[in-house]
Ligand binder design. Structure first.
Ligand code: 3Y8
Ligand code: NAP
Length: 252
């Protein structure tokens, strides 16, 4: 009997959780507990770290997990590395559900950098109005560049900016083009700094940047170990041997 551990925290993880619940596949959804009130899932949900690889192995044993699907964000590199190690130790099948990296298209003004420090260095000397869509963890070094004005978008309140240094909006996505266009116009944004998250949940700001002629500074993903990988919920369901609801309806 299949029993899935779904490592979540992305739009696609939520979509897969819904598909598993609809198909009646026994599964446990897992959040790290990084946000105060993560989106409720239609599966039994655990919140918090496992306690490293050993803790993850214990959880796999205790929950009688037969399949692990890593649908975490491409920058959640440590979780993905631990999943590879734990599944090797427990001889369990592992699949990554990973969105393809965003690709520039005609009209995009993108600069690629290898990491956060590279993104900071890529900002212009002259004053810019920067949409810093990288979360709360990496904001401090950017604020030391005092010539810039920053728009921060965070999931939870708590972080404030000194007077005149910028604005903070609290939102969790998925985001829409109309919403991000209005937000970036309202704040007269000239630059966007973002991780190459991929997926649809947070790409609106890039499409808005193209329309507004903003420069995008895009941070490349960390290297991850080799593991079986798909990029769609349907392919993850096929890997599990679960027919997607619409296929079942069509009787294919
Ligand atoms: C806790 C679960 C969904 C949709 C939300 C996706 C889309 C928005 C891209 C911007 C960029 C950012 C941030 C972002 C993305 C989706 C998806 C995605 C970027 C939630 C979630 C959790 C987190 C953790 C949080 C980080 C932060 C990063 C905000 C839930 C909403 C900036 C990453 O306050 C903190 O400590 C926040 C921490 C890790 C990065 C950081 O370093 O600050 N995500 N994001 C998950 C857990 O506990 O396991 O709260 O409901 C999920 C989503 N984040 O359907 O869930 O699928 O890609 N999240 C980045 O890419 O730069 C926002 O604003 O445009
Ligand atoms: P990370 O740096 O790769 O992992 C750090 C530690 O957090 C892991 O070793 C593990 O703790 C715990 N952890 C991470 N994801 C977990 C999960 N889904 N369930 C249980 N424990 C988890 O991870 P991160 O970058 O902080 O990301 C944390 C969560 O936010 C993930 O769910 C990810 O999908 C989501 N997220 C992250 C980003 C981002 O920019 N990093 C963006 C959007 C969403 P132990 O070692 O104790 O097991």
């Amino acid at each position: 009997m299949r029993r899935v551990l779904l490592l979540g925290g992305t739009t696609e993880a939520s979509q897969l959780a819904q598909a598993l619940a609809t198909a009646g596949v026994p599964a446990v959804f897992s959040y790290a507990g990084r946000t105060h009130a993560p989106v409720a899932q239609p599966l039994p949900t655990r919140v918090g770290g496992f306690g490293g690889v050993a803790g993850l192995c214990d959880c796999l044993q205790a929950e009688a997990v037969t399949h692990v699907i890593d649908a975490t964000h491409p920058f959640a590199a440590q979780m993905s590395r631990h999943a590879v190690q734990a599944c090797a130790e427990m001889a369990l099948p592992l699949l990554a559900l990973e969105r393809p990296a965003w690709q520039a298209q005609a009209g995009d003004k993108w600069q690629h950098t290898a990491d956060m420090a590279g993104a900071l260095a890529a900002l212009p000397e002259r004053a810019a109005r920067v949409f810093l869509a990288i979360g709360r963890q990496h904001v401090a070094p950017f604020l030391e560049e005092t010539q810039h004005w920053y728009l921060l978008r965070l999931v939870d309140p708590g972080l404030t900016l000194p007077e005149g240094r910028g604005a903070v909006v609290i939102d969790r996505g998925p985001f829409t083009l109309d919403h991000d266009l209005a937000l970036m116009k309202r704040h007269r944004i000239t630059h966007v700094v973002a991780k190459n998250a991929g997926g649809q949940g947070a790409r609106a700001k890039l499409d808005a940047a193209r329309q507004l002629g903003c420069t995008v500074i895009l941070i490349d993903r960390p290297q991850l170990p080799e593991r079986p990988t798909v990029s769609t919920v349907e392919d993850a369901l096929r890997w599990l041997g679960v027919q997607a609801a619409h296929e079942a309806e069509r009787g294919v």
